[in-house]
Ligand binder design. Structure first.
Ligand code: SP5
Ligand code: ZN
Length: 385
């Protein structure tokens, strides 16, 4: 039944922003794992102070609730082989993440000094290392090992973190699998998020790069280059690093300008355009703090046009909804209608599309923002025929 009949309202002519449209029923399958609930960040160490966490289990529950109300069917994630993790991460990082909590407890650090999460205390800063360092040693002490792999103090590891992060990759890979099996689109409702996780290090509330794992699977099983378009408010530095020298994966990101004082601070600038073996395959479009729908959508249109011009055969959308105006973690000011239009622009590419959840921290808004994006995406795909 068409939504305008269900809601007793006329459909919007403009196609964006009208209330009737936001009640639209969706058909995109949503992939899910209960294991995310085991990852309770237990706070973030911000300037040395333990502050409440932002990347909470309720995020995924809210999104799922909204999408279920929109009629989406839930598909349970399937376990995938570890080999698919090694396609995007170093073995050392994987071994560390799988054992860190256990090693922390074995060392008694949860009792003395009484820290119930894994927190690094020093980092292998380039200025501390020999000029030709060779392979970075893996310190024997878990407290130091933590700084060998984490690049911030905000991304803590607790008892269920590994299982949740591992399951989040399975969620993204299962969504990619649905698309490889013929679905036009699939949504990976995963947490913890992934786009800040690099081949060898993690941070920014991310442990394993879910988006990159999905893109690598599509690259290896599909036709033509895969385009990753990252619309999270923050630069997708991990995804960029993973594919920087890979000509078969195009990575584009629109985000708040790291040069204006925003995470990830060291990366995400316009001049980063791909490694020597993949020149021109990375695009960053940094935006000023305070930017709203117009320039944000223009940037997304630019990235979509670029992907089409490069004859991308599949699309992975790194969907952070933290660019929304009320989000506590970013200064961008995108509206609900803006997210819907972003979905439409990306859908109009007409590509097999995997949408992977990244950030978004306004619990009241995130469900609606994801729903609006998926509604736009379905409209765009329908228009593309
Ligand atoms: C996936 C994602 O959106 N990660 C965002 C990571 C950005 N974190 C930077 C945190 C900057 C400090 N914010 C103050 C929070 C105090 N609790
Ligand atoms: Zn973000």
């Amino acid at each position: 039944m068409p939504d305008e009949v269900v809601n007793g309202e006329l459909p919007s002519l403009s196609g964006i922003g009208a209330k009737a449209d936001l009640q639209v029923e969706l058909t995109t399958p949503i992939v899910w794992s209960d294991l995310h609930r085991g990852h309770e960040p237990g706070g973030e160490i911000w300037v040395g102070i333990r502050t409440p966490g932002t990347e909470l289990p309720e995020r995924a529950e809210r999104i799922r609730g909204e999408l279920t109300a929109a009629g989406c069917r839930i598909v349970a994630a399937e376990r995938h082989p570890d080999e698919l993790l090694r396609a995007v991460h170093d073995e050392e990082l994987l071994e560390y993440l799988a054992s860190a909590w256990h090693d922390w407890r074995e060392a008694g650090l949860d009792r003395d000094p009484g820290q119930d999460r894994v927190v690094p205390y020093l980092f292998p800063h380039p200025g501390m290392l020999p000029s030709d360092p060779g392979p970075l040693p893996i310190p024997a002490a878990i407290t130091a090992r933590a700084g060998r792999f984490a690049y911030d103090t905000m991304t803590l590891i607790g008892p269920g973190t590994w299982e949740a992060a591992r399951a989040a990759v399975d969620v993204a890979l299962s969504a990619a699998g649905l698309v490889l099996d013929g679905e036009r689109s699939a949504y990976a409702c995963c947490r913890p998020p992934g786009h800040h996780a690099t081949p060898s290090a993690f941070g920014g509330s991310c442990y394993l790069n879910n988006t990159a794992a999905a893109a690598a699977l599509l690259r290896d099983r599909g036709d033509g280059p895969v385009a990753v378009i990252d619309i999270d408010a923050h630069h997708g530095n991990g995804t960029q690093s993973i594919f920087y020298d890979d000509p078969a994966v195009l990575t584009g990101s629109v985000h708040v300008d790291p040069g204006a004082g925003w995470f990830p601070h060291f990366l995400g600038f316009e001049g980063e355009t791909g490694g020597d073996r993949a020149i021109g395959t990375n695009r960053n479009l940094p935006l000023e703090p305070g930017t709203g729908d117009g320039p944000w959508l223009e940037a997304i249109t630019g990235l979509a046009g670029w992907a089409a011009g490069q004859r991308a055969g599949a699309l992975v959308v790194a969907l952070g909804v933290d660019a929304a105006e009320a989000d506590p973690e970013s200064p961008l000011r995108v509206t609900l209608a803006g997210y819907r239009e972003a979905g439409r622009i990306l859908g109009e590419l007409g590509l097999p599309t995997v949408i992977v959840q990244e950030g978004g921290y306004d619990l009241e808004a995130i469900g609606g923002l994801v729903r609006a994006t998926l509604a736009g995406l379905e409209e765009g795909l329908a228009d593309a025929g």
